[in-house]
Design a protein. Structure first.
Ligand code: ATP
Ligand code: MG
Ligand code: MG
Length: 355
């Protein structure tokens, strides 16, 4: 079996490599700026841990390989304009939107989308970066440099944020994990909970939407769909053509993690149905210094990315899975005092949302 090359050398590629080890599949992440020549074999496959990358000798070599999975999907989903067009074409509910053109003024956006409008840069935004709120009451104008470079979205008064991660193989077989409940603070994911019985009634709708996307794109691998829950229905916020932060809980909470699924799919291996074990919680580590007391807590599984700690930067995550809620709550209770602000509120959100 050939190697699986990953475009990008961040934590997602590293976790794919880790997940593929028991299967003895070699996963090789590649830094965009790697100077060492990338030499691929005919039977190798290429995937990516990110949807947009700079043109460099390394990325050009990888992207030119005939076995680059979902090659045409990346540019289509990396641009919010074409991503939103795809959702509309497939009749998948999403926040009402408009392209911010050369001449678009905020007044026309207010009359089309309401008195509070979210501008999102078409490409490159993540963790809430590349967003700008326009408020009619404050007569906010479209900032300089955002014309032609952004879409405008209606503000959705959602009840909560959920996501679904699914995988499709080359033959069209698919598997979907249960919906995950997510807490975002200032546009950045802080914690996830899965599975949740109360979200079960939305599972069919979520799977239907993602199934339609995966099939229509003839997609191979893992895709994540972030949604807003508005009453009893879902509205797609955005899509990620890759493994996703809100699927990290599957490393501890299921028999086949999203990382292993992605490797299986792109390598042409059988998928099978992952078994969900117990109750899982994932706590994202954002701009916090490593604290080894964390791994002294039963069930706490730390993934530390080895990056320099900076404010607002994702530097790791902790997964917790327990068969009983009381054991999970006890672990969370021990972790909570080990964290600085604003984590007490994150733990409170988790406690409040666990069954
Ligand atoms: P990610 O890191 O998930 O890729 P991102 O920077 O690409 O994030 P979005 O997911 O589009 O950005 O938005 C970030 C967060 O902003 C959402 O999770 C949600 O909390 C909020 N948000 C986004 N769009 C809207 C909207 N139309 N109405 C209200 N809130 C929104
Ligand atoms: Mg995003
Ligand atoms: Mg998002």
């Amino acid at each position: 079996m050939g190697k699986v090359w990953v475009l990008g050398a961040g934590q997602l590629g590293a976790m794919m490599r880790h997940a593929a080890m028991p299967l003895s599949i070699e996963v090789q992440p590649v830094d965009f700026n790697q100077s060492q020549e990338v030499v691929l074999a005919e039977e190798d496959v290429v995937t990516a841990e990110i949807e947009l990358w700079p043109e460099t000798p390394a990325t050009q070599t990888l992207a030119a390989h005939p076995n680059f999975a979902n090659k045409a999907v990346f540019p289509r989903l990396a641009d919010r304009y074409t991503q939103k067009q795809l959702l509309d074409e497939l009749n998948i509910a999403t926040a009402p939107w408009q392209l911010v053109c050369e001449k678009t003024e905020s007044e026309s956006l207010f009359s089309a989308l309401g008195d509070t409008v979210l501008l999102k840069r078409r490409t490159g935004g993540y963790d809430g970066r590349g967003q700008f709120w326009l408020k009619q009451a404050e007569a906010t104008a479209v900032p300089e440099g955002w014309h032609n470079e952004a879409i405008a979205e209606k503000k959705i008064p959602f009840d909560e944020e959920v996501s679904i991660v699914g995988v499709r193989d080359r033959e069209g077989n698919m598997f979907f994990y249960p919906l995950t409940l997510n807490l975002h603070v200032n546009g950045i994911l802080m914690a996830s909970i899965a599975p949740l019985e109360r979200l079960g009634k939305l599972q069919k709708e979520a799977e239907g939407m993602l199934r339609k996307l995966l099939s229509s794109l003839d997609y191979v691998g893992v895709m994540a769909m972030e949604c807003f829950r508005v009453g009893d229905h879902l509205m797609v916020n955005e899509l990620a053509p890759r493994v996703h932060n809100s699927g990290h809980w599957t490393q501890a909470g299921t028999s086949i993690s999203q990382f292993e699924y992605h490797v299986r799919a792109v390598a042409g291996l059988p998928l099978a149905n992952a078994v969900v074990k117990g109750q899982s919680v994932m706590i994202n580590l954002i701009g916090v210094a490593r604290d080894n007391r964390w791994i002294g807590v039963d069930a706490a599984e730390l993934y530390w990315y080895g990056k320099e700690v900076r404010e607002g930067r994702k530097v790791g995550h902790i997964n917790l899975t327990q068969p009983s809620l009381s054991a999970l709550n006890s672990a969370l209770g021990k972790l909570k005092p080990m964290f600085p602000e604003p984590y007490p509120q994150v733990f409170e959100w988790v406690e409040k949302n666990l069954p």
